[in-house]
Design a binder for this molecule. Structure first.
Ligand code: HEM
Length: 393
């Protein structure tokens, strides 16, 4: 998974690992890698496995010390548990309620249509880059709409978000840290201003809802409110970019499945789940065992790092019939793409809404869509997705 060839297609090697050593300790990384679906799901759902928090990371990865991006990440809900986590998460869950997401549906359809207009104009008689024209700008526009980022600011924020997402690399180089510092500092500055602006002139967006929180003891501090927006922005787009590009790529790599979906568009939600399973954007995540335990017959000591490799779990033949086949009619398609347990993705409903809206419009407008050149995958190990995806209509 950590080599260029592995990034292109990690699945054969992951299958061999799952067959030979489904709970595998890597002395180089210092972690247990889990590749079976049931092991991954039970660890993610188990309250005895916590996310790596600030204390743990200061001991294991001291190179983040004093960096603004480490300060942001390790005080965010992705790196806290129990009461501290609940306190940060509660507000966001409430604000990303089913009702608010449903209210975004019409806006999401419109943003998809606008992105596809740009794609149609560029793809007129030639190949156009679906990543640059649709998969990358659309999630920025959608999460921007949710938060309340004006359209003119979104491109600049996309670059800062890209930098911030270097924090998702499992092993961060000094360059990753520098870029993440740049991204977090820029986004913090931007969202501090946006909260100030919404306090003065509230609207219906997430920034206004956060700005309206009373600054009492139970509420979040100003810095925490700003960081919630930074997290929602950064977590809400790079992952979705990966999902959109990979879903379209998977469908076009299987023209008979694209055809089937064209005939039966009611299968779109199932097709999206299948693409998340077959090649999803988040290949793995990490937990720390709080007590000595046993996983798949292997003793795991207290304090051990455990990596749940969702990319492998999703191809586990114990859970999925013919797991390497891409089938939009699959009915055994439950996925761990949005994690499980206490840290289950708060944006899953929005991501699914967006993915389904885009696929439906693509099928309607570009029934003859096809690959038109070699796609280029993003570098790094934290997320899967494309940097270039040339398609023709
Ligand atoms: C296809 C798109 C997406 C994927 C695959 C994805 C995946 C994930 C995963 C795997 C986690 C948990 C990580 C862990 O357990 O260690 C997570 C958490 C999170 N996601 Fe997403 N996500 C997506 C879209 C979004 C969107 C659109 C938003 C916001 C609008 C969002 C906001 C968050 C937040 C705030 C968390 C932290 C939750 C917590 O720690 O309690 N995500 N996401």
């Amino acid at each position: 998974m950590f080599t260029p060839e592995g990034r292109e297609d990690p699945y054969p090697a992951l299958a061999r690992l799952r067959e030979t050593e489904p709970v595998c300790f890597s002395p180089t990384v210092g972690s247990y890698f889990l590749t079976a679906f049931d092991d991954c799901r039970s660890v993610l759902a188990d309250p005895d496995f916590l996310v790596p928090d600030r204390d743990w990371c200061e001991r294991r990865i001291p190179d983040g010390a004093g960096r603004p991006s480490a300060d942001f990440f390790y005080s965010s809900m992705l790196a806290t548990d129990h009461a501290a986590h609940d306190r940060l998460r509660r507000l966001v869950v409430r604000e990303l309620s089913v009702r608010r997401v449903a209210a975004l549906a019409a806006g999401v359809e419109e943003l998809c249509a606008e992105a596809l207009d740009r794609f149609a104009a560029a793809a007129d008689g030639t190949a156009a880059d679906f990543h640059e024209l649709v998969a990358a700008p659309l999630p920025v526009a959608v999460v921007g709409e949710l938060i309340g980022v004006p359209p003119g600011d979104r491109e600049r924020l996309r670059a800062l978000g890209d930098d911030t997402c270097r924090l998702l690399e499992p092993v961060r180089t000094p360059e990753d840290w520098d870029r993440a510092d740049h991204g977090v500092t820029g986004l913090r500055e931007y969202f501090t201003g946006l909260l100030r602006e919404r306090r003065a002139r509230p609207t219906e967006d997430l920034a206004s809802a956060l700005a309206a929180q009373p600054p009492d003891g139970g509420g979040l501090t100003e810095r925490e409110l700003v960081d919630v927006l930074v997290l929602v922005f950064a977590a809400g787009f790079e992952t979705t970019v990966g999902m959109l590009g990979q879903a379209v790529h998977a469908l076009l790599a299987h023209p008979e499945q694209w055809e089937l979906l064209r005939r039966r568009p009611e299968l779109v939600p199932a097709a999206l789940e299948e693409s998340l399973r077959w090649d999803g954007p988040v290949p793995m995540t990490e937990r720390i065992a709080t007590r000595a335990t046993e996983l798949g017959g292997v003793s795991v000591p207290a304090g051990a790092s455990v990596i749940t490799v969702m990319a492998a779990a999703h191809r586990d033949p114990a859970c999925f019939t013919d797991p390497d086949a891409f089938r939009v009619e699959r009915t055994d398609g439950r996925v761990l793409s949005f994690s499980a347990g206490a840290h289950y993705c708060v944006g899953a409903a929005l991501a699914r809404l967006e993915g389904a809206a885009l696929l439906r419009q693509l099928l309607e407008r570009f029934p003859g869509l096809k690959p038109a050149g070699s796609p280029v995958r993003r570098t790094g190990d934290g997320l899967r997705g494309f940097l270039r995806l040339p398609l023709a209509t």
